[in-house]
Design a protein around this ligand. Structure first.
Ligand code: MG
Length: 290
C-alpha cells in the first residue's frame, strides 16, 4: 500500500493511494491525527490494529501532496558515506572531516540526524540560505520503522521495517566541513524534502533498488542499493543497540555517488534549479530551489 498525506480545501488529510496513482481514499481520522500524516496510521498498524475506515475517493491531482510524515516525532536518523563509490567521492572532495587520512570506507556506520522542522513536502521550495552558497543534493532511500524495539538483531531487523519513502538530504557543504559534525549543515530550514508517499515493504525491495537524481533534467546520480556499504539490517542493529526505536521513526540510508561536490568544480544548487529524485518502487520527489 501507499499512504499519502495531503491538504484539500484547507484541511489536512491522509489516505491510501489507488493502484493507478490517480486517486486517494482518505482515512476517517480526527483532524489532530490527520495533521501528523501517516504517523498515526503506522502507529495503529504497529499496535496490531486494522487500518482506519476509508472515505470516498478524491482525485489525487486535485489535492496538494505534503510530506508523508510532515511532523516527525523526533530527529530523522541519517547515515553518512554508505555507498562505496560515494564514500570514495566524498573522501576525495576535501569536505570530509569524518575520516582519518586514507580511510575512504568507514569501518562502522556513520550516523547523524536532521531536525524534524527541516522536513518539507513534494513541490515545496528548497530555500537557499544566506549563510551558505555550497548547497548540495543527496538522493536517499529512506526506511520507515513499523514495530519498534531495542537491541534488534540484524537477522530480525527487516520485520521492523514498515516501508520506505524518499528523502533529499540537502546539505550545506561548508557548514558540514567547518563545524566537524553534520547536524548544522544538514538541518537548515527546508533541507529535508520527503515524499511523495510511504510505500509498504511488500511493494519495494530496499536491497536492490534503483536510486536516481536529476538537476534540471541532467542525470547526477544513478545507482542501486546493491552498492550500500551497510545494508538496512546492519543499520537497524547499530541504531537500536542503544536507542529504542518507535513506529514511524525515519532512517535515511545514505546517498550514492554523483553529489555536487563530486564534480570538479563542484556543481552546487542555485536558485531556479529543480531537483528530481526517483526511486524504483516508490516514485518521484521533485523540489524547486529558491
Ligand atoms: Mg545523506
Amino acid at each position: 500500500m501507499k499512504i499519502v498525506a495531503f491538504r484539500h480545501n484547507g484541511q489536512p488529510g491522509v489516505g491510501l493511494v489507488s493502484a493507478d496513482l490517480r486517486a486517494v481514499q482518505p482515512f476517517d481520522l480526527p483532524a489532530a491525527q490527520r495533521e501528523l500524516g501517516a504517523l498515526p496510521v503506522i502507529e495503529m498498524l504497529a499496535r496490531g490494529e486494522a487500518l482506519p475506515a476509508l472515505l470516498a475517493s478524491v482525485d489525487l491531482a486535485g489535492v496538494q501532496i505534503i510530506a508523508p510524515i510532515p511532523k516527525p516525532r523526533r530527529n530523522i536518523f541519517c547515515v553518512g558515506k554508505n555507498y562505496f563509490a560515494h564514500a570514495r567521492e566524498f573522501a576525495g572532495s576535501g569536505f570530509d572531516s569524518s575520516a582519518k587520512a586514507g580511510e575512504d570506507i568507514p569501518p562502522d556506520p556513520i550516523y547523524f540526524t536532521k531536525v524534524p522542522e527541516s522536513v518539507v513536502g513534494p513541490g515545496a521550495a528548497i530555500e537557499m540560505p544566506a549563510a551558505s552558497d555550497a548547497i548540495d543534493y543527496e538522493a536517499e532511500l529512506t526506511v520507515i520503522i513499523g514495530r519498534g524495539g531495542k537491541g534488534i538483531a540484524a537477522k530480525d531487523a527487516m520485520a521492523h521495517v514498515w516501508g520506505y519513502t524518499i528523502i533529499n538530504d540537502v546539505t550545506a557543504r561548508d557548514w558540514q566541513s567547518r563545524h566537524k559534525q553534520w547536524l548544522l549543515g544538514k538541518s537548515f530550514d527546508t533541507f529535508c524534502p520527503m515524499g511523495p508517499w510511504l510505500v509498504s515493504a511488500d511493494e519495494c525491495d530496499g536491497t536492490k533498488t534503483g536510486v536516481r537524481c536529476y538537476v534540471n533534467g541532467e542525470e547526477r546520480q544513478n545507482a542501486s542499493t546493491t552498492d550500500l556499504i551497510f545494508g538496512i539490517p546492519k543499520l537497524i542493529e547499530t541504531l537500536s543497540a542503544g536507542i529504542t526505536l518507535y513506529p514511524g521513526d525515519i532512517i535515511a540510508t545514505g546517498t550514492p555517488v554523483g553529489v555536487g561536490i563530486g564534480f570538479k568544480p563542484p556543481k552546487y544548487l542555485k536558485s531556479g534549479d529543480v531537483v528530481r529524485v526517483e526511486i524504483d518502487g516508490i516514485g518521484t520527489l521533485e523540489n524547486p530551489v529558491k
